[in-house]
Design a protein around this ligand. Structure first.
Ligand code: RFL
Ligand code: PHB
Length: 391
C-alpha cells in the first residue's frame, strides 16, 4: 500500500490533518488503534478558541458546531467568597470561545472523512514506524497488523502514549516537563448548568471548575490527590465536594443530578524539541501536553496541524522542504506560550502543599491583581481566547 502521508492516530490532530490534506488533493491513510465507537465517545476537552472555530469552519466541518456549540464571552474566577468576571467582549473585542465537546469535533471529522471516501482504519494493531534514519534506502513506512504502508511523510498524531515519539532514536529529542502533585476528577452530569459561563474556583479545599456541554448537560472537575481512583468518589461525595467548593459565594446553588461519566486525568506539562525527525512530524499531544486548566491541548493540536498542512502543501506541490524543515520551530512559539499560560493558570488556582502559606498569599495577590487591573485581565483574556495565528 502506498499513500503520500501516513497518519497515526484518529484524534483531532490526525483527523483534521487528513481532512485538510484531502482538501488540497494530498492523499493520506489514518491508522487508529481504538474502535470508532471508543474514539467518538471519549470525553475530553470542551473549549475551542476562536482560531480553532475559524479553522473548522474554513475546513467545512463547522456546521454542527456553529449550530450546537455555545459561544461564551467571558469566564468567572471565583475565590475568597466572591466571583469576578473576565469579560472577553470588553478586553479582547471580537474574540471569544465556543464550548463544544471534543468528541463532537471528532464525530464531525470522522463523518467528513468517510463522506469524502477517506481511508480511516480503526482497531489497527501493532503500528510501528520504520525508515526514518537519514539516508534510509526504503523511505518512511508504517507496519500494522501484518500490512505495510509506504509513504512520503509520516504524521505522528497518536497522543502522549503513542508509538511515534518513542520511535525517534534516543538522544535526538530534548524533553521538558513538569508534573503536578494532584489530578483532576472530571464528571459529566445530566443537569442544567448552574451558570451561563465557566467558573474557575480556587478554595482552601482545592480547585473546582464548572463547565458544560449543552443546556442540559454539565461538566465539572475537582482537584483531587494524584493517586486517587474513581472508586474513591461515589456520586454523593462528588456533589458534596463540588458544593463545598463552588457554593463559596452568597446566593449560588449548584444543581445536582445524574452523573453519567467519571474519569481521573493526571496533570502534566511536557514538550519535546524538535517536533520532527527525518520525515516524521509529531503533532498535538504526541509532542506536547498541558494541564487542562488553560483549555489549550486541543487548540494546540489544531494549530500544529495547520502549520503542517501548509508545509506539506508546499512540499507536494514543488518539492520545497523549507517549511517542513521549519515545522517544529514554527509550532514551538505557540506551544511555549500555551505551556506558560497553562502552568500559570494551574499555579494560580490549585492548592499545593498545605503548609505553604507564602504560596497562598502569592496566589491571592495575583488573583486580586488579575480581577482588578484591566491590563492583567487582558493578558488572561487574550491567552484564553487564543493568540491570533501567525504571531
Ligand atoms: P488524542 O486525542 O490523544 O488522539 C491520539 C489518537 O491516537 C490513538 N493512538 C494510536 N493509534 C494507532 N497506534 C497507536 N500505537 C496509538 N496510540 C494512540 C489514540 O487512540 C487516539 O485516538 O491526541 P490529539 O489528536 O493530539 O488531540 C489532543 C487532545 O485530545 C488533547 O490535547 C485535549 O483533549 C486536552 N484537553 C483540553 N484541550 C483543550 O483545548 N481544551 C480543553 O478544554 C481541554 N480539556 C483536555 C481537557 C484533556 C483532558 N484529558 C482527559 C486528557 C480535559 C481533559 C479531562
Ligand atoms: C471542559 O469543558 O471540559 C473544560 C473546560 C475548561 C477547561 C478544561 C476543560 O479549562
Amino acid at each position: 500500500m502506498r499513500t503520500q502521508v501516513g497518519i497515526i492516530g484518529a484524534g483531532p490532530a490526525g483527523l483534521l490533518l487528513s481532512h485538510l490534506l484531502h482538501l488540497r488533493g494530498i492523499s493520506s491513510v489514518v491508522l487508529e488503534k481504538r474502535s470508532r465507537d471508543y474514539v467518538e465517545r471519549r470525553v475530553r476537552a470542551g473549549v475551542l478558541e476562536q482560531g480553532t472555530v475559524d479553522a473548522l469552519v474554513e475546513a467545512g466541518v463547522g456546521e454542527r458546531m456553529l449550530r450546537e456549540g455555545l459561544p461564551h464571552h467571558g469566564i468567572e474566577l471565583r475565590y475568597g467568597g466572591a466571583g469576578h468576571r473576565i469579560p472577553f467582549e470588553k478586553l479582547v473585542p471580537g474574540r471569544s470561545i465556543t464550548v463544544y465537546g471534543q468528541q463532537e469535533v471528532v464525530k464531525d471529522l470522522i463523518a467528513a472523512r468517510l463522506a469524502a471516501g477517506g481511508d480511516v482504519r480503526f482497531e489497527v494493531e501493532d503500528v510501528a514506524v520504520h525508515g526514518l534514519e537519514p539516508g534510509s534506502d526504503t523511505g518512511p513506512y508504517v507496519t500494522f497488523g501484518g500490512e505495510r504502508l509506504d509513504c512520503d511523510v509520516i504524521a505522528g498524531c497518536d497522543g502522549f502514549h503513542g508509538v511515534s515519539r518513542p520511535s525517534i532514536p534516543e538522544g535526538v529529542l530534548s524533553v521538558f516537563e513538569r508534573e503536578y502533585p494532584f489530578a483532576w476528577l472530571g464528571i459529566l452530569a445530566n443537569v442544567t448548568p448552574s451558570s451561563e459561563e465557566l467558573i474557575y474556583t480556587r478554595t482552601e479545599r482545592g480547585f473546582a471548575l464548572h463547565s458544560m456541554r449543552s443546556p442540559t448537560v454539565s461538566r465539572f472537575y475537582l482537584q483531587v490527590p494524584a493517586d486517587t481512583s474513581v472508586d474513591d468518589w461515589p456520586d454523593e461525595r462528588i456533589w458534596d465536594e463540588l458544593k463545598a467548593r463552588l457554593e463559596s459565594v452568597p446566593g449560588f446553588t449548584l444543581t445536582t443530578g445524574e452523573i453519567t461519566e467519571k474519569g481521573v486525568t493526571p496533570m502534566r506539562s511536557f514538550v519535546v524539541e524538535p517536533m520532527q525527525y527525518g520525515r516524521l512530524y509529531l503533532a498535538g499531544d504526541a509532542a506536547h501536553i498541558v494541564p487542562p486548566t488553560g483549555a489549550k491541548g486541543l487548540n494546540l493540536a489544531v494549530a500544529d496541524v495547520r502549520v503542517l498542512t501548509e508545509a506539506l502543501e508546499a512540499y507536494f506541490s514543488d518539492g520545497s522542504t523549507a517549511l517542513l524543515d521549519g515545522y517544529s520551530e514554527a509550532c514551538l512559539k505557540r506551544v511555549w506560550r500555551a505551556q506558560h499560560f497553562s502552568w500559570w493558570m494551574t499555579t494560580l488556582l490549585h492548592t499545593f502543599e498545605e503548609d505553604d502559606a507564602y504560596g497562598r498569599r502569592l496566589q491571592l495577590s495575583y488573583l486580586d491583581y488579575v480581577t482588578s487591573s484591566e491590563a492583567a485581565a487582558t493578558t488572561l483574556a487574550e491567552n484564553y481566547v487564543g493568540l491570533p495565528y501567525g504571531r
